[in-house]
Design a protein around this ligand. Structure first.
Ligand SMILES: Nc1ncnc2c1ncn2[C@@H]1O[C@H](COP(=O)(O)OP(=O)(O)OP(=O)(O)O)[C@@H](O)[C@H]1O
Length: 245
């Protein structure tokens, strides 16, 4: 599975939010989508799942534009930054509902409940959950879908240290299953630990893309820097909208 984002432009109002955004994500790799508040990460992810329509540009999945894929053949699972749920359904009912939609997904509800430690919360409705447990429900619902591409918008928010560890293991397992993974996050230490590639978005444009080694080489920065130092260095250098190597 190969996803190519090509020259995406998007505006909510007259101001451009994304300008000629292009990058790629690949099977078996976790790509970190990194950028300051308001740089357009959520907007980009929403365009990828067809929730928003770009004014121009394409998202190609194995060379087919996502706009031509039917909703029943949609290859994305998505963990949103703002939880989406049915107010009147319990945690267990949510899991059963999505499982019934995607029976071919081999993950079992019981296995997920145990792994994400949701046992004590099965009969609660979402608004009775803590932030972290609600986030775990969003992750569980995404994992139960039928997908090849896993997109997550700040998925680590609210997770306790044990659940962070478990979620990192889940993501590693997805790479072994050759899923393509794109995660937006502000946690650069965590991103550096789990992501093989990065897309730095800055003011709605791609500032850099590639592995840390590729980006440091491209910008003539020592490869001993941390991802955080690299990101701060490139964004500091950015006096106009783009930085040239
Ligand atoms: N529904 C909307 N209507 C108008 N403007 C919007 C809307 N949603 C987002 N924006 C604007 O689009 C820009 C990009 O927002 P977006 O949420 O994609 O950024 P982000 O990188 O995900 O930010 P954060 O890191 O704070 O979550 C911001 O300037 C934001 O104010």
């Amino acid at each position: 599975m190969h996803v190519k984002v090509e020259n995406i432009n998007f505006s909510y109002t007259e101001l451009p939010v994304l300008q000629n955004v292009s990058f790629q994500i690949q099977s078996g790799t976790i790509t970190g989508l990194i950028g300051s508040n308001g740089s357009g990460k959520t907007t980009m992810l929403k365009i990828m799942i067809k929730k928003l329509t770009p004014s121009s540009g394409n998202i190609l999945v194995n060379q087919s534009p996502v706009s031509t894929l039917s909703n029943t053949n949609h290859p994305f699972a998505f963990v949103p930054d703002t939880p989406v749920y049915y107010e009147e359904l319990t945690v267990l009912e949510h899991l059963q509902f999505v499982k019934a939609l995607y029976p071919q997904n081999p993950l079992s509800i019981q296995g997920l409940i145990k792994q994400l430690e949701l046992q004590k919360h099965l009969h609660k409705i979402p608004c009775a959950l803590s932030k972290g447990n609600l986030q775990k429900l969003m992750i569980a619902l995404a994992l139960l879908r039928q997908y090849e591409i896993f997109l997550a918008d700040e998925p680590f928010t609210g997770l306790d240290p044990r659940q962070l560890h478990i979620f990192k293991q889940i993501l590693q397992k997805l790479t072994h299953q050759h899923k393509a993974i794109l995660i937006s996050t502000h946690l650069l230490d965590l991103a550096e630990a789990i992501c093989g590639r990065f897309v730095f978005l800055h003011n709605g444009q791609v500032l850099a893309e590639g592995s840390k080694e590729e980006i440091t080489a491209q910008y003539h920065v020592s490869d001993a820097v941390s991802l955080e130092e690299l990101y701060l260095h490139l964004t500091d250098r950015c006096t106009s909208d783009t930085v040239k190597p």
